[in-house]
Design a binder for this molecule. Structure first.
Ligand SMILES: N[C@@H](CCC(=O)N[C@@H](CS)C(=O)NCC(=O)O)C(=O)O
Length: 231
């Protein structure tokens, strides 16, 4: 068994996506969390973009970019999460390629400087949700993206769907996800799945809130100082 080290910032959704795949495959790995503001030299030496995740294999090879890491893991460790059918596989990859856009459209509000920018960000959420609702309607009947079998698409979206609910609890988003029943059911399924979670859920949400608070953007004011102190 190869020795895997996954280098991470605690709340990074891109790391989470690779951690999910390792957990779905039942592959043991060392999870090493570093501080974004104090990236150690050993990390800078193995991360070409200076970003996490990096997957270090046998202390010799370093892979980066969560999608590339997940494709690699899926090629070499059973069970295969990609569908066998090449057309279905291409469709899965296409929806995984949409994740950076989805993330910006659904969680970009966390970086808005003021109320006007925040409101503009919220207008993008239904656009992203509508697209995924359409994709899910063309797939099998759930509960996962491809039906009964877990896929790399599930792993790719789970961290961002989780953050939608975190953001909804910071400043209510008017129940927008409720208008997309397939997406809502998918999100609920993913959030209930043990592999989604790298930390106990309440602890992780508190870490996420503390991050948003620290960013000193528009949303920060809606997170109480007391909550931070309690974290
Ligand atoms: N496309 C990359 C995104 C990774 C990424 O943006 N990671 C963030 C943390 S969540 C990071 O390392 N940011 C530090 C920086 O940009 O310098 C992936 O999928 O792995």
């Amino acid at each position: 068994m190869a020795k895997y080290l996954l280098v991470s910032f605690k709340t990074c959704p891109w790391v989470q996506r690779s951690a999910i795949v390792l957990r779905e495959k039942g592959t043991p790995f060392e999870f090493r969390h570093i501080e974004p503001d104090n990236r150690p030299d050993w990390f800078l030496a193995i991360s070409p973009h200076k970003k996490v995740p990096v997957l270090r294999i046998e202390d010799t090879v370093s892979l980066f970019e969560s999608n590339a890491i997940n494709e690699y893991l899926d090629e070499i460790i059973a069970p295969r999460l990609h569908p066998d059918d090449p057309v279905k596989r291409a469709i899965n990859r296409a929806w995984t390629d949409y994740v950076p856009t989805f993330s910006e459209q659904v969680t970009g509000q966390a970086y808005a400087d003021d109320e006007a920018a925040y409101k503009k960000c919220l207008e993008k959420i239904p656009v992203a949700f509508e697209r995924l609702e359409g994709a899910l309607a063309k797939q099998n009947a759930g509960p996962l993206f491809n039906g009964a079998k877990y896929s790399l698409v599930d792993a790719a979206y789970a961290p961002f769907l989780q953050r939608y609910f975190f953001l909804d609890r910071i400043r209510p988003l008017g129940g927008v996800i409720g208008k997309y029943p397939r997406l809502k059911a998918w999100a609920d399924t993913l959030l209930k799945r043990a592999s989604t979670h790298s930390f106990p859920e309440a602890e992780f949400e508190a870490m996420y809130r503390a991050n948003v608070k620290r960013r000193k953007k528009y949303l920060s004011q809606f997170i109480a100082d007391a909550a931070i102190a309690a974290e």
